[in-house]
Design a protein around this ligand. Structure first.
Ligand code: PMP
Ligand code: GLN
Length: 385
């Protein structure tokens, strides 16, 4: 018996670097600062609310677009924080994590041959989604200066052609920990003004911006919001990355097309989690206090690394810290990350993995969404190098 061969839709893709590094960390008993996820529990209240929702009988298909109380809670939060009132009926859909939201936004908008500008280093799911849609990825590299990573808007403008359908942005930014500011949004708005270009804004780390800086959401910028899908994830904000629940907001005309794909992609997202999160959102404290919570961890981790031979890059947002390691090792990034995991017993992610073309800048990413004792153990090992 033979299995027919299929021509791969994603020939260049292997297992993601996050999975690989988590496996290697487990094999070698390393402290896993690679894949981004907390190693501490979520609020037990949130678990209770989901459990109550199951006992209350919320166990059948919810609305395809999401549970109304959750949609309402999210649009109210966006209105409060960013001054933009999305319509809970027609402008928001609850998704199975941000990943599905990103994929669905790309699949509904990008036609074969359309170009999508992706700013690199970039989260790993954008480019394969564009490829599956038949689109063409147009990478634009971030600039790296003494102040860290920034988006070269002149290069983005230069990459625009008559085929450009979408620009994907991500703030706060994985893996670099950089953030976009109002001036960045203005620069993007000037580029897309008068065109039919859409914006896909990945804002999953929206509540992890430090030093009192605001999160410059695309929702807060009317000219961009009018042409944007904005994506977020409850997984990041409420320490439940394994729940895979997020949302997408967009103007009604865009959301209508989004839902056409969403309903055949997942149809709907698990009901008890949606009810639980909706009830949990009645209290703003968990998201309001998140910057302080993660800033303490960032500061603890940075203070420790200041005593090492790693060179710290700025970390304005997310739960990631990038470092230059040239003073520690001449190895290329992927090799260095593996060596660090095997020999030093601390796992990291090579930033090279976030580029479509081979790129070596001697930088790796650590995730500091960990208990303080986990960070202390990692620091003990990293400062000994
Ligand atoms: N975008 C970015 C930038 C991320 O870091 C992640 C987390 N892996 C996601 C999207 C996906 O989020 P989710 O787990 O909700 O699918
Ligand atoms: N967002 C996580 C990270 O960047 C990984 C999620 C995943 O494993 N796909 O580490």
């Amino acid at each position: 018996m033979t299995t027919p061969a299929i021509g791969s839709r994603l020939p260049a893709v292997g297992t993601t670097v996050f999975t690989q590094m988590s496996q290697l960390a487990a094999e070698h008993g390393a402290v896993n600062l690679g894949q981004g996820f907390p190693d501490f529990h979520c609020d037990p209240k949130l678990v209770d609310l989901v459990t109550e929702a199951m006992h209350a009988g919320h166990n059948q298909y919810p609305f395809m677009t999401g549970v109304p109380t959750l949609r309402e809670a999210v649009v109210a939060k966006i209105a409060l924080l960013h001054g933009h009132q999305y319509d809970a009926a027609s402008e928001i859909t609850i998704t199975a994590g941000a990943t599905q939201g990103l994929m669905t936004a790309i699949l509904c908008a990008v036609h074969p041959g359309d170009e999508v500008i992706i700013i690199e280093p970039a989260y790993d799911s954008y480019a394969p989604a564009v490829t599956l849609a038949g689109g063409v990825v147009v990478p634009v590299a971030m600039r790296v200066g003494p102040d860290g990573y920034s988006v070269p808007w002149d290069a983005v403008a230069g990459a625009v052609t008559a085929r450009t359908r979408m620009v994907v942005i991500n703030t706060p930014h994985n893996p670099t920990g950089s953030i976009l500011r109002r001036a960045d949004l203005d620069a993007l708005a000037a580029i897309v003004d008068g065109t039919a270009i859409l914006v896909l804004s990945d804002e999953v780390y929206e509540h992890m911006v430090f030093d009192g800086q605001p999160h410059a959401s695309v929702s807060s910028h009317p000219a961009l919001a009018a042409r944007a899908f904005v994506v977020s994830s409850f997984g990041k904000t409420y320490h439940v990355t394994g729940w895979k629940i997020g949302y997408v907001v967009a103007p009604a005309a865009l959301m209508m097309e989004f839902r056409k794909v969403h309903q055949y992609n997942v149809f709907s997202v698990n009901a008890p989690m949606q009810h639980g999160v909706a009830a949990y959102m009645a209290d703003p404290a968990p998201w309001r206090d998140l910057p302080t919570f993660y800033q303490k961890k960032r500061d603890l981790f940075r203070a420790g690394l200041a005593n090492s031979r790693f060179e710290l890059l700025p970390a304005d947002g997310t739960y990631f810290q990038c470092v230059r390691y040239r003073a520690v090792s001449p190895l290329p990034e992927a090799e260095f990350a593996k060596w660090l995991t095997r020999e030093v017993k601390v796992a990291a992610i090579p930033v090279a993995a976030f580029y479509s073309q081979p790129q070596e800048s001697g930088v790796v990413r650590f995730c500091f969404a960990k208990r303080d004792d986990t960070l202390a153990l990692a620091l003990e090992r990293l400062t000994a190098l």
